[in-house]
Design a protein around this ligand. Sequence first.
Ligand SMILES: Cc1cc2nc3c(=O)[nH]c(=O)nc-3n(C[C@H](O)[C@H](O)[C@H](O)COP(=O)(O)O)c2cc1C
Length: 372
Amino acid sequence: MSSANDINPMRRPNHFKIGLFGYLHEGGNCFTTVPERWLARWPDILRLAKMADAGGLDFMLPISRWKGVPGALMQRLHSYETLTQAAALGAMTERIAVLSTVHTPLIHPIIAAKCMTTVDHVSNGRSGLNIVCGWNTDDFDMFGRQTLPHSERYKQAWDWYQIWSRLIEGAEEPFDFDTKFFPDHKALVALPGSIQRPRPVVISAAASPDGREFAMKTSDLLFTYYTSFDAGKKLVADIEAQSAAAGRSEPVGLVAVSYVVCRKTRAEAEAYHRYYAEVRADKPAIDYYMAGRSKNATMPEQEEREMRLRFAAGNGGYPLIGTPRDVADGLIEIARAGYAGTAISMVDYVGELPPILEEVMPILLRAGIRVH
Ligand SMILES: Cc1cc2nc3c(=O)[nH]c(=O)nc-3n(C[C@H](O)[C@H](O)[C@H](O)COP(=O)(O)O)c2cc1C
């Protein structure tokens, strides 16, 4: 029997989920100065979402940004807001999941629950919440908020989640909420509840042990990194064991950050990768970004040079570079490591998506890692 939860492709079992990441701000997921870089104007975003929807991708996952990244171009300053974009894209698409990335220290959970309920109804059950605690002090300064110490962030997020989840389920009976981070909240109510039951798909984006612990309590999926087959497999096994120990009936699924350079030949793809991510990298932006992240985040250990390249090329994601066959092989590898899916990006999303949809996706279908 079908249920409201069958609609969201993020819930499809035995299906390696692929979606687009980082398209909602100028520069996309790269730090490059090439002229064809993503400008994130609304007509292009809408065109991209419709292409992804018609082409069978599973989700649209934005990064949430409030300020630009100082560098050669002040990348990411031009950016849209993620809850309202989900409402707009949900109304203009048919099948794809429309996710919202929400900063728990900046957006009140009552507002987030109300907005996401709206998105879930507009999209008929295709909404999803990507929870981020954030790390960017400049963003927090803009709101007059202190960046909490790392150990406190997930405590605040846990309180946030309790309010959000109770309201989005639909709360006809008023309840009070009074904790350190959300004191003196009186008679909270919200109707209607979301279409997805008991609530929309929840992802949390984190790499640290605290972040994983938080995901165990709150999330269907954990958005994180993938560095190699062996490390990926080990992380999947660890998360499965942690999920079982936490008493979950289903383990938290892992979604990897990755980026794609797909060309007719491998040489062509590698040359373009070198060009946009090394020769034309926005180096001061990468300096700024790396300094901020290493101060505030726990990152997987990697060589500095490799990290810089991956940040320039695709926000620290896993490189999928080469022919459609090479790109498909990389995706199959991530799936075989046990990941539930990956969020991909490209320099020019609209220009580079067609060969992925037309040539890479059929290979994945034949490999049996996707059901459509
Ligand atoms: C895959 C991924 C995506 C993220 N997306 C965002 C984002 O859109 N906006 C943001 O401010 N922080 C984002 N973050 C940062 C997290 O919110 C968090 O601050 C950071 O990962 C540090 O926490 P951790 O040490 O628990 O990983 C992201 C982190 C990861 C791993």
